[in-house]
Design a binder for this molecule. Structure first.
Ligand code: DGL
Length: 280
């Protein structure tokens, strides 16, 4: 129980915290808010350090610890790492270090392999995700009976961070990254980074309507609901709850893009790292 000025807050009524290297995790937050509208949500964009995809394991782990400490100070009852790259790099060390429930996400190789008719699936993700041991494990477990074509999408996260969801430059990059998957015969493409669902219209434009695009936001929200229910941690309220946004970027772009992606105007708070930033 947390004691505030006048009352004691039951763990069930504390917020669920969601974080990402930047704004991409909002694609997951949307699913969580739709499924669990009575849960208070905190979203934190580690915008100052985006992208994570080209950083070392130690650098990403340091950022994840920083985010988690910040979110525990905000009274989070559970944390969702709404980032494939951070999950691959840090989820095990985070779970070893902290006692609160921590949820991660991974590219949807399993559902894609099950859905594919051609037996060839494509995976769009960051360099960090694709070269991680976690991803190698996924391929080992679920990619044995299909051909998996991977594509690192350098620069796409930055397009979304700048809010360039229908820019010519973004479409050019999307086409460049999708073409090799089409050339190999993929009929199912995994959006293996939480930023990419925001580029879905461009990806559909590049690959056509016959290719299935799979992302994990909805599955993560369902898993979160199930686990919190099992832990007796779902909110008691039946009133639409608040969603609060934070960023550590001092630029004016991040709040504008957060509102753009969330779909309505929001108050975005700026925070600074509690201790000296890890030297990246
Ligand atoms: N949204 C993150 C992911 O799912 C992007 C990582 C990055 O910042 O490069 O991987």
């Amino acid at each position: 129980m947390t004691v505030t000025e006048n009352h004691v807050v039951s763990p069930r009524n504390r917020p669920i915290a969601v974080f990402d290297s930047g704004v991409g995790g909002i694609s997951v937050l949307q699913h969580i808010h739709a499924l669990l509208p009575y849960e208070q949500l905190l979203y934190v964009a580690d915008s100052k350090y985006a992208p994570y995809g080209n950083k070392t394991l130690a650098e990403i782990q340091a950022r994840c610890f920083e985010m988690t400490n910040f979110l525990i100070n905000q009274d989070a009852k559970a944390i969702v790492v709404a980032c494939n790259t951070a999950t691959a790099a840090a989820i095990d060390t985070m779970r070893a270090k902290y006692t609160l429930p921590i949820f991660g996400m991974e590219p949807a190789v399993k559902p894609a392999a099950e859905a594919s008719k051609s037996g060839i699936i494509g995976v769009l993700a960051t360099t960090g995700t694709l070269k991680s041991a976690q991803f190698a494990g996924l391929l080992e477990s679920y990619g044995r009976n299909v051909k998996v074509v991977t594509q690192a999408c350098v620069g796409l996260v930055e397009c979304v961070e700048r809010g360039e969801l229908d820019a010519e430059n973004s479409l050019k990059l999307v086409r460049q990254y999708c073409q090799p998957l089409l050339d190999e015969g993929a009929d199912t493409i995994v959006l293996g980074c939480t930023h990419y669902p925001f580029l879905r219209p461009l990806i559909e434009q590049a690959v056509g309507k016959d290719i299935a695009l799979i992302d994990t936001g909805a599955a993560v929200a369902k898993h979160l609901q199930k686990r919190l229910s099992a832990l007796n941690l779902l909110a008691e309220s039946t009133q639409m709850a608040e969603v609060k946004f934070w960023t550590n970027s001092e630029s004016t772009t991040a709040p504008v893009v957060i509102a753009q992606l969330w779909g309505k105007s929001v108050d975005v708070r700026v925070f600074s790292d509690a201790r000296q930033p890890h030297p990246l």
